[in-house]
Write a protein that binds this ligand. Structure first.
Ligand SMILES: Nc1ncnc2c1ncn2[C@@H]1O[C@H](COP(=O)(O)OP(=O)(O)OP(=O)(O)O)[C@@H](O)[C@H]1O
Ligand SMILES: [Mg+2]
Length: 377
């Protein structure tokens, strides 16, 4: 029984066989019931038509002859039925073998391929020919394998990137601590401040990573309601103004005179604005200019943050939203950036149903970051 249950070919054969047996049983049963009656009726009509003349001479043998005739017919019928059963069973055997090979061939290939994928060979693919459901299944299987491979590659890259990012502040902390132990570094406030600054960087990075994993997995819950865009930008401007003043960068807010309501989570909107304005501040040299503009368009509001800073090379504009991507790694690291801010901002804007992009005429020609948010109501 277990053997039958685990073999599709045998199940298929038995299903064909069951149809044959039922068919033949029905034929045998109906002929067993119907034929004698049909014979009796036939005999009755024959007797009536031939009249008594026939009955005189051969009357004694007529009943016997007819039952002989019937028995003969029954035997011939049974023989034909047996031959039909054998022929149908042989056909069922051949057809079920053929079909099970057609079905089981690709299924077995898929079984082996999925086992290899489970073992970590994500480059495994299967051939899909034809257009039937099995070929479609093979196509879906390959697409699934491709996505698994991409996820696996992303995971590997992410672990590599995270390890790399964590190593820098850790090396600095370890170096300072060793210097203190060996007496190479003086135990001054500056040394401890340096260690503290590196630990701060480390914990900020860990916080950013946690936030990134949350936004990337879609685990953040947006508390969307009508938010006044002008007020939100003014809040961020107010909080950051002293930083702009410190770096002698002119911050201009170009906002609509009337309240502009957008459908957004206020805290998240403030987070995106802080990220973009923080970047403008970080990547604009002393004496530069940053302008934040907001305007209502047809169905959405358009917000732009324009700076006169270091700009972004044309070929890299599209890549800066990738996680850990920095235009100039050494320069960005010196400034404390880890390349996560824009990725978080992008996920947040997209979660609101908006779009975010950057434009820059090139190196040292400034850049502008734009994003849209749906208007409320
Ligand atoms: N306003 C800008 N002007 C020029 N380059 C920019 C600007 N904003 C971002 N970039 C480039 O894009 C890269 C990615 O920005 P992102 O905000 O994601 O990371 P970051 O600022 O380096 O670090 P953090 O994760 O702390 O924000 C930056 O490293 C920088 O090279
Ligand atoms: Mg940033």
């Amino acid at each position: 029984m277990k053997f039958i249950r685990s073999h599709l070919g045998i199940k298929l054969f038995f299903s064909y066989f069951a149809v044959i047996v039922v068919g033949m049983a029905v034929v045998a049963l109906t002929t067993g019931v119907v034929t004698p009656r049909a014979y009796a009726r036939h005999l009755f009509y024959m007797e009536q038509e031939l009249g008594s003349g026939m009955g005189m001479g051969q009357g004694h043998g007529q009943g016997g002859m007819m039952s002989d005739f019937y028995a003969n017919f029954q035997a011939t019928f049974n023989e034909s039925l047996l031959i039909a059963v054998l022929a149908a069973s042989a056909t069922a055997l051949i057809v079920s073998f053929f079909f099970s090979q057609r079905i089981l061939g690709p299924v077995n290939v898929m079984k082996v391929a999925s086992r290899r994928i489970a073992e970590g060979h994500f480059d495994e693919r299967i051939r899909s020919e034809g257009e039937d459901e099995l070929s479609q299944m093979a196509g879906s299987f390959n697409r699934m394998a491709e996505q698994l491979e991409q996820i696996e590659n992303m995971r590997r890259r992410l672990i590599g990137d995270v390890a790399h990012e964590l190593r820098t502040p850790l090396t600095a902390i370890k170096g300072s601590a060793e210097g203190l132990i060996d007496g190479v570094l003086p135990a001054t406030v500056e040394t401890f401040q340096q260690i503290h600054a590196e630990s701060e960087r480390l914990s900020r990075l860990v916080d950013d990573l946690q936030e990134l994993s949350r936004v990337e997995s879609g685990a953040i819950q947006l508390d969307v309601h009508p938010v006044d865009l002008t007020a939100a930008i003014q809040t961020v401007g107010g909080r950051m103004r002293h930083l702009f003043n410190e770096k002698r960068i002119a911050l201009t807010l170009n906002l609509p005179g009337v309240p502009t309501l957008v459908s957004a989570d206020e805290d998240r909107l403030i987070q995106v604005l802080t990220n973009l304005m923080g970047n403008a501040l970080r990547y604009t040299p002393v004496g530069g200019k940053v302008t934040v503009t907001a305007a209502a368009e047809k169905a959405h509001a358009l917000i732009s943050i324009r700076d006169t800073g270091i700009g972004i090379p044309q070929d890299q504009v599209a890549r800066i939203f990738e996680r850990f991507y920095r235009v100039d790694k050494s320069r960005a690291r010196a400034g404390g950036g880890s390349g996560i801010g824009l990725t978080i901002a992008m996920h947040l804007v997209e979660a609101h149903g908006g779009r975010i992009w950057a434009e820059s005429p090139g190196d040292n020609k400034g850049s502008v970051f734009l994003f849209t948010l749906p208007l409320a109501g």
